[in-house]
Design a protein around this ligand. Structure first.
Ligand SMILES: Cc1cc2nc3c(=O)[nH]c(=O)nc-3n(C[C@H](O)[C@H](O)[C@H](O)COP(=O)(O)O)c2cc1C
Ligand code: SF4
Length: 664
């Protein structure tokens, strides 16, 4: 297909993969985001989520994984862990599952895209050997017997048969991310002395047998491939060279139609869902090497490719044949169409915050309350509802939005998109609010992409943005609005601890904003916050050559940061020499001396010699404008949105703002 601008010729060219013709090179690799109302079932909300990507131009829809039935003894308990499970009764065995998959495939096929389902044995109860998967779970798994290995291989063949019968175009065997096949491939995890272990030939036997048995079951009318991590990135794990040898043996079976490559695992220093702290397409060389080994089998590469320009470059330079752009499509399912039409400034890029994967694997809300979520795309998980609500306003209104942070911008964007006449009043000289502050943290410059997107949207939608206006109720009412959205954000929380009003005690947000004044050489960061702010501010200070010590209220910093991002953040702190003290609360501060209390014993502790003390205590809503408007008896619709209602995370602010814009 040619593009309207001629810019992305390779990205939009079709590719024949065995029996499957992919209309372009843009792939949604498997992402178990939990879009269905019941985990893993391709129901209406699941379909709406993945269909949005196909309709937006993604050619390969990988959707969500099929967790297979584990080879457990009948008497053992089913066990579920974050993002994995050991069960004899998986979702795909539910009645009607096959019909739902067929309906899903029909919906995707109607767009011209193909459907690839991943089959996975992902549990930490059974493995090639009794070796714990370091960083994942510390228990020692049961080493599979010959019979159990055969039973496990059969589960792939059985599920693959069901996939093929339901109309799936491609099947991928999940051989990385701590899945069962990876425990066979890994020299660190596979210590078997029988034919399933040993050298590269032995360690690939499980994968080779699985491919052969699946192929026997599905024949040649469905494409078949594997997903491997190009290197194991853990102590004693396989290197790229080892994997090159292993894929050569696997490809020699003649069963492979495609090879899907990424790098990393679910925990630790090299996550396979790379957060913004990791470079774009950082591991592309590994994909190129494996591509040479398995040629002419096409190679799919993923790993923080959020931009069509980068994707085209990867194809042009021979790193891969297909590009995984999974979170790119979560953040903006229409990005392929926008790229093809040359509307690059309209693409809402994935900022690599990893809220999506974090919630998918650690959100322990019951299924019926779970929602797929994205920080920048408020429609995720509610695609059908958003499409219904995004209708032209029956009576266009004059809407004043106060505050140009995430919630205000989304309120303005959605209201203007529906035809309302929108004025946005921003107190400072720039849009973005807290997102702009977050973008100052090392490795978080990607957050600026969200602001750029919103700035472009304001321009395209004709929102009247006014900067430097510090409003009160009277000045807002002077616009004669029909509706007002107060998205005035929040301000840093200051505790009533003695001494915090001294000049050498500043707020973390002031440090990021550059308004804290002179920051001395030795800095104490006092933290009552469990997400990104504490490590982010500490790494900002460490990058500015300050000697930083964190005093945190509880057992460890960043406890709410998901497992794919915490490693790269802690790495920055370690490299920056940041010292972390835990279980301490501030009781008093004076002249760079901290009087602390142990959270566990109540005993006093002392620390001193600091030039600057930085407080990170979360924030409190700023409702002044809203309160004034209520007092003034404003008769139109008055909304309080985002942090001004209650300070939360970015996804909650964008969703709240967007829903206000859709309601107004
Ligand atoms: C919410 C979410 C769930 C994921 N689940 C899976 C999975 O079940 N199997 C898998 O192989 N990869 C999974 N991934 C990894 C993606 O397939 C992809 O490799 C990763 O997001 C990096 O690519 P990207 O930078 O294009 O997003 C998941 C990713 C996300 C964001
Ligand atoms: S939640 Fe964050 S990482 Fe996930 S798709 Fe959205 S912007 Fe990207």
């Amino acid at each position: 297909m040619t593009t309207e601008t001629g810019q992305f010729e390779r990205l939009f060219s079709p590719l024949q993969i065995g029996p499957m013709r992919v209309p372009n090179r843009i792939c949604e690799t498997t992402n178990t985001i939990g879009a269905g109302r019941l985990a893993g079932v391709p129901d209406a909300t699941f379909t709406a989520h993945h269909l949005a990507k196909a309709q937006g131009g993604t050619g390969w829809i990988g959707n969500e994984t099929w967790l297979l039935n584990s080879p457990l003894p009948n008497e053992s308990a089913d066990e579920f862990f974050p993002g994995a499970g050991a069960t004899r009764f998986p979702i795909y065995m539910l009645p009607n599952f096959a019909e739902e998959v067929s309906r899903f495939c029909e919906a995707i096929h109607a767009t011209g895209a193909v459907v690839v389902f991943q089959l996975t044995q992902l549990n930490f109860t059974v493995a090639a050997s009794s070796v714990p998967i370091v960083e994942a779970y510390d228990w020692v798994p049961h080493a599979l017997t010959e019979d159990e290995i055969e039973a496990a291989i059969d589960t792939y063949a059985m599920a693959a048969g069901q996939c093929a019968a339901a109309g799936v175009d491609g099947i991928e065997i999940h051989c990385t991310h701590e899945s069962l096949p990876q425990t066979f491939l890994s020299p660190a995890l596979n210590r078997r002395a029988d034919r399933w272990g040993g050298d590269a030939v032995g360690r690939t036997l499980f994968v080779r047998r699985t491919l052969e048995r699946v192929r026997e079951r599905i024949g040649t009318s469905t494409a078949l491939g594997i997903r491997v991590g190009a290197e194991e990135a853990r102590e004693g794990g396989y290197s790229l060279w080892d994997m090159r040898e292993m894929v050569t043996h696997i490809a020699a079976t003649g069963t492979l139609d495609f090879l899907d490559v990424d790098v990393g695992h679910s925990w630790g220093r090299q996550p396979y869902v790379p957060p913004s702290f990791i470079g774009h397409a950082e591991n592309r060389d590994a994909a190129k090497a494996l591509r040479a080994d398995v040629a002419p089998v096409p190679v799919l590469f993923s790993g923080r490719v959020n931009d069509p320009v980068v994707a085209e470059d990867l194809l042009a330079k021979g790193f891969c044949d297909l590009v995984g752009m999974t979170r790119a499509g979560i953040a903006d399912p229409d990005f392929p169409t926008k790229a093809r039409e040359g509307r690059l400034g309209e693409i809402r890029r994935c900022i690599g915050c990893n809220r999506c994967i974090g919630d998918a694997v650690t959100n322990d809300a019951p299924d019926m309350f779970k929602r797929a979520v994205c920080s920048v795309n408020p429609a995720v998980g509610n695609e059908a509802l958003h499409a219904t609500l995004m209708r032209p306003a029956q009576t266009p209104k004059r809407v004043v939005v106060v505050g140009g942070g995430a919630a205000g911008l989304e309120a303005a964007r959605n209201a203007a998109g529906r035809g309302h006449d929108v004025v946005l009043l921003e107190r400072t000289e720039a849009l973005g609010g807290q997102v702009r502050l977050a973008s100052r943290i090392p490795g978080r410059d990607s957050f600026e992409d969200f602001i750029l997107y919103e700035e472009n949207q304001m321009r395209l939608l004709g929102v009247d943005v006014r900067f430097g206006v510090d409003v009160d109720a009277g000045s807002v009412l002077a616009f004669e609005p029909d509706a007002i959205v107060c998205a005035t954000g929040s301000v840093p929380r200051t505790p009533d601890t003695p001494g915090v009003d001294a000049a050498d005690v500043v707020q973390g947000w002031e440090v990021l904003a550059g308004t804290a004044g002179e920051i001395g050489e030795r800095v104490a960061v006092v933290s009552q916050e469990d997400h990104y702010e504490t490590p982010g501010i500490a790494s900002f200070l460490a990058a500015a050559d300050r000697r930083v010590e964190i005093f945190h209220k509880w057992t460890g910093i960043g406890s709410r940061v998901e497992r794919y991002s915490i490693g790269p953040i802690l790495r920055r702190l370690e490299e920056g020499g940041v010292v972390v003290h835990t279980g301490l609360r501030l009781a008093r501060v004076e002249d760079g001396k901290l009087e602390l209390v142990s959270a566990h014993t109540g005993e006093p502790r002392l620390a001193g010699g600091f030039d600057t003390v930085v407080l990170v205590y979360g924030s409190v809503p700023d409702t002044r404008v809203h309160d004034g408007l209520r007092e003034a008896g404003f008769g139109g619709r008055l909304f309080l949105a985002g942090s001004a209602w209650v300070p939360r995370l970015l996804a909650e602010a964008t969703q709240h703002g967007a829903r206000v814009g859709l309601e107004v």
